[in-house]
Write a protein that binds this ligand. Sequence first.
Ligand SMILES: *[C@@H]1O[C@H](CO)[C@@H](O)[C@H](O)[C@H]1NC(C)=O
Ligand SMILES: *[C@@H]1O[C@H](CO)[C@@H](O)[C@H](O)[C@H]1NC(C)=O
Ligand SMILES: *[C@@H]1O[C@H](CO)[C@@H](O)[C@H](O)[C@H]1NC(C)=O
Ligand SMILES: *[C@@H]1O[C@H](CO)[C@@H](O)[C@H](O)[C@H]1NC(C)=O
Ligand SMILES: *[C@@H]1O[C@H](CO)[C@@H](O)[C@H](O)[C@H]1NC(C)=O
Ligand SMILES: *[C@@H]1O[C@H](CO)[C@@H](O)[C@H](O)[C@H]1NC(C)=O
Ligand SMILES: *[C@@H]1O[C@H](CO)[C@@H](O)[C@H](O)[C@H]1NC(C)=O
Ligand SMILES: *[C@@H]1O[C@H](CO)[C@@H](O)[C@H](O)[C@H]1NC(C)=O
Ligand SMILES: *[C@@H]1O[C@H](CO)[C@@H](O)[C@H](O)[C@H]1NC(C)=O
Ligand SMILES: *[C@@H]1O[C@H](CO)[C@@H](O)[C@H](O)[C@H]1NC(C)=O
Length: 331
Amino acid sequence: MGETRGRVPHVLLLALIQGVLSSSTVEVLPSENPACAGNMVTLTLSPATQLQSGSWAVGGTQILTWSGGQQAVFPSHNGRASVNVSTGTLTLTSITVADSGVFVVQSTSPQLTATSTLTVLEPVSALRLVANNTGNLVEFKSSVSLFCSSSGSSLSYRWLNGNSEVTASDGIQLGDGNSTLTIVNVTRYNDGPFRCNAFNAVSNGTTEPLHLNISYGPDGVSFTVNRLNTTTSFLIGSTLTMSCSAQSNPQAEFQWAFNGKHLNGTSPDLKLYSAVESQSGLYSCLAFNNRTMSNSNVTRQITISSGSVSVQLGVSVWLVLLLSSLAGVLF
Ligand SMILES: *[C@@H]1O[C@H](CO)[C@@H](O)[C@H](O)[C@H]1NC(C)=O
Ligand SMILES: *[C@@H]1O[C@H](CO)[C@@H](O)[C@H](O)[C@H]1NC(C)=O
Ligand SMILES: *[C@@H]1O[C@H](CO)[C@@H](O)[C@H](O)[C@H]1NC(C)=O
Ligand SMILES: *[C@@H]1O[C@H](CO)[C@@H](O)[C@H](O)[C@H]1NC(C)=O
Ligand SMILES: *[C@@H]1O[C@H](CO)[C@@H](O)[C@H](O)[C@H]1NC(C)=O
Ligand SMILES: *[C@@H]1O[C@H](CO)[C@@H](O)[C@H](O)[C@H]1NC(C)=O
Ligand SMILES: *[C@@H]1O[C@H](CO)[C@@H](O)[C@H](O)[C@H]1NC(C)=O
Ligand SMILES: *[C@@H]1O[C@H](CO)[C@@H](O)[C@H](O)[C@H]1NC(C)=O
Ligand SMILES: *[C@@H]1O[C@H](CO)[C@@H](O)[C@H](O)[C@H]1NC(C)=O
Ligand SMILES: *[C@@H]1O[C@H](CO)[C@@H](O)[C@H](O)[C@H]1NC(C)=O
């Protein structure tokens, strides 16, 4: 209560000094604030007020004055400023960051002074995304930094991997006001596409996507025979196609070994036509990545025989059952 009573005479005094009683009720409303450089901005009095004459200034620099139907623009704002002589609305075109400041409108009929602080920001432009390494990244070995740069006022940065936002976490560091993204110890899943989004209060921009080519593997080597995972016994005379695959970037190179001895050829497939019993043994598929310089292998015992033990067993069990049921019928 004491505060309120103390402030009333003060406000009255200020109003009396300026000879303005209505100013506290009139506001200046910018059409946009912050405003984007290059745009047109209007400063409107609210509530709308009929003004016979007045002037606009910014930060102590006169912009224009008007009286009746006539307006005069000062050289500093020539060609860029105009006023609606009945409402006092100021229009400023091709605004720049230098137009930021406290705008003051003053009028003598009726008496009023009102101000507004306008901020003009440079929009995002010249947005660029570069990586310090795109072609020679190896999983679990390399680190990479992505740099986003742009012109514009008061910029903030955000990173996208696909459509999800990237946040700092284990192995992912954001630096330099979030304009730099560092991935420590890349994995195959850090391939992106990465995009950088720069923004301020008046604009935003997003870069083209950047893919990282990360070498990895080989791992997850899978070895099938005639497209089967688990079958390892085959009949004499069968044709066997052994196929090997691995997760690897670039594609793995393959080699085959039989009982530890390397076979010729680098095809991921090894074919045995009309297999014979002596081709039973240990088959190894070796996968090699010449970029990561690592290799991986799988070995499987393949048996070529005239019939499988389990099948013979099955047949004899069936015979015994048949015989015993026949015995049941007879006796
Ligand atoms: C001035 O503002 C009034 C009210 O918005 C409008 O009717 C009038 O057309 C404006 N005058 C000019 C010259 O733009
Ligand atoms: C990179 O990650 C791998 C697997 O997580 C780990 O073995 C290796 O030590 C890490 N290297 C560095 C430099 O952090
Ligand atoms: C790229 O930046 C990362 C992280 O700052 C660094 O570890 C790596 O050595 C840099 N690579 C090159 C090729 O400069
Ligand atoms: C950087 O981004 C994080 C969100 O990942 C945000 O919390 C932080 O304020 C940003 N820092 C700057 C300087 O913009
Ligand atoms: C980004 O800018 C576009 C115009 O270029 C605008 O339509 C959109 O709303 C802005 N998005 C954000 C999040 O500011
Ligand atoms: C990635 O790099 C390897 C060589 O390291 C190359 O063979 C492969 O084509 C590249 N992949 C893409 C998608 O550029
Ligand atoms: C082979 O086994 C792997 C797991 O060991 C499985 O992911 C894959 O689907 C199997 N392939 C076939 C053809 O059964
Ligand atoms: C493997 O290739 C070498 C030459 O490339 C040849 O001398 C050798 O006879 C081949 N071995 C077999 C088993 O085909
Ligand atoms: C590495 O392997 C790739 C894919 O198999 C092949 O195109 C390339 O020529 C190899 N590079 C070298 C140096 O052997
Ligand atoms: C196959 O892989 C094992 C480890 O899994 C390794 O000890 C062995 O040397 C490899 N064999 C070949 C021929 O590379």
